[in-house]
Design a protein around this ligand. Structure first.
Ligand code: SF4
Length: 313
């Protein structure tokens, strides 16, 4: 069995809430069929806090083995690098995270806050928040870029705000089985971060022909005017739907790019920043001059049924 300890730092608890809706595998199946032994989770464990404190002491002293440490939440380092704005029994959580991580077989950052700093690290960042091994997109957070856990791995970033339920449980099942995990340049598992949110979006045909909504509530693409980050954001939201039924773009809300290290962006999340008529940020890997030439042609070729935006759902 792979032992797992879940530590919450500067967090809203959203990842803990999201993981409860996982179905394949579910949280229960992680424990019953995927070899995970839960030592502690702040919401799921029912033991007294004395047990939690003893567990930490035993892990840190080496008397209790720890295979997987999950950290949910950004690392609060204020005031003046002490981390005491986020403390437990007078100790900075960042120090507790550091001590546990040193003993862990593998460390998993659950959510964008733990991975990159996230919402708490947004400007003006009063808590001086950082991620476990990144400070936004910059390598190096609580741990230096070359830090490795006992299994020789960097912190594995299961990014998202919150992280996708299956990105969390499938990564944990994979790690508990001792299987190798391929990571991208931001240490996110390629199993869940190699396709973009745009793939699988039901508004794709509108994007293709550059038929764009100007106000929320329509059926067309949200990229040119309403801030959608789907073509730039690696995540499975439209290929593995949330709760098996929906995603932001299916519900008419632009993708906010929440698995990216620069989330949340400083500007309006519902507005596309542009240079002239062209979005500042283009789909991943696309060259600006070619993109606009293609878009102009595509718009001219759009069939009437797409222009009318009256397709049946
Ligand atoms: S709404 Fe967003 S994800 Fe959907 S097609 Fe448009 S750009 Fe892509």
């Amino acid at each position: 069995m792979a032992t797992l300890f879940w530590l919450q730092t500067g967090a809203c608890g959203g990842d803990s809430l999201a993981i409860l809706s996982a179905e394949s595998p579910s949280v229960e199946q992680l424990f019953s069929s995927h070899g995970v032994e839960l030592l502690w989770h702040p919401s799921l464990s029912h033991h007294a806090m004395r047990h939690h404190d003893e567990l930490i002491e035993r892990i840190v002293s080496g008397r209790q083995s720890l295979d997987i440490l999950c950290v949910e939440g950004s690392i609060v380092t204020a005031p003046r690098g002490t981390g005491l704005y986020d403390s437990y029994q007078g100790r900075a959580k960042m120090e507790i995270a550091r001590e546990l991580a040193v003993r862990a077989g593998v460390v998993v950052a659950m959510g964008t806050c733990a991975a990159f700093g996230g919402v708490h690290a947004a400007t003006p960042n009063p808590g001086d928040c950082i991620g476990l091994q990144f400070d936004r997109a910059q390598p190096g957070g609580l741990f230096a870029p070359d830090w490795r856990s006992q299994r020789g791995l960097p912190v594995i970033n299961v990014a998202g705000c919150p992280a996708h339920p299956h990105a969390m449980t499938q990564t944990l099942a994979w790690l508990a089985a001792g299987l190798p995990l391929k990571l991208d340049e931001l240490n996110r598992p390629l199993t869940h971060f190699s396709t973009v949110v745009h793939q699988g979006c039901t508004r794709n045909e509108y994007h293709e022909y550059d038929i764009e909504d100007h106000q929320p509530g329509g059926r067309a693409c949200l990229f040119f005017n309403l801030g959608c980050q789907g073509p730039l954001t690696r995540a499975v939201c439209n290929s593995d739907l949330w709760n098996g039924v929906s995603s932001k773009t299916r519900a008419g809300v632009p993708c906010f790019g929440c698995t990216s290290p620069d989330f949340p962006r400083d500007n309006d999340l519902f507005r596309t920043e542009k240079i002239g008529e062209v979005p500042l940020r283009l789909p991943l890997g696309v060259e600006r001059p070619r993109y606009m030439a293609y878009k102009n042609l595509a718009r001219a070729a759009a069939p009437q049924r797409v222009r009318d935006k009256e397709m049946e759902p």
